[in-house]
Design a protein. Sequence first.
Length: 232
Amino acid sequence: MNLIIVGMEYAGKTTLADEIIKWRNDVMGKPSPLGIVEYHDHFTFPWLGHWDEISEEDMATFMSLGPQLKEMFSRYQFAYHLSDQLYRDSDHILLGFHIEDAIFAPRYYGFGKKGEYGDRSSGVRAVEMEVMEKAPETVLVYLKATPEVIRERMRTKPHERTHLKDEHIDEMIEEFDYHVGHSLLRNRIVLDTSEATVEQTIAEFVEQMGPLMSHEDRVRMQAQAILKGTKG
C-alpha cells in the first residue's frame, strides 16, 4: 500500500496515519519485510528523523545551518524516500512529503522560492512523475480542515515543534488546495476533519480506499482473512 498523506498542520495527518496502521495490521497483516518503519513523517523541519531518534541538541545544530545546506538535506531526503529500495516494501507511507515542503520551505526555511535554485513549487510535479513511474497505484490522501478549526486546535493543543503562524493559515490552505488539485497522482482521497471524529475519519478513509486498493493489497487481505479464519 503506497500512500502520500498531505494536509495543513493540525488537520490530523499523524492521527490518521496511526489509525491506518491499525486498520492495515488487522485486514492485511504486518508489513514486509518485518520491522520496516510504519510511516515516514519527517519532512517538515525541525522533524528530521523517526520520532525521537534525533536529539534536541542535534536538531538545534541542524536548524542553525544556512538555507543552502537545509535545501540540500531536504533534496537528499526526497531522493532516498523515492528509492527503489523503499518501493520494494509492502507499504510505503509518506506524510507531508513534497507538497508540504513546497508550502513550508519558501515561507519558513529560507529556500525553495519560485525562480531560485531548488524551486519547490515547480519541483512538486517532478517528484510526482517519479512516483507515478515507480508506483502508479499510489494514493494521495488530502486531509482538510477549516481555518477556524486549525486555529482552534493550534490554540488548545499546540504542537511542541512548529513554524506555523496564524496569519499564514488561510493562504497555506489555498496552496494545499492548488497542489492537490493539480497533482499528477490520479488516485485521491479527500477527508474533511473539521467536525469528523477520528472514528468517522478512518471509516471514511477505508470506504474511499476500497476501489483504489492494488491487486497486491487485495491478495494480502484475502490471505489475512484466511489466516484469521484458521485461527478462529
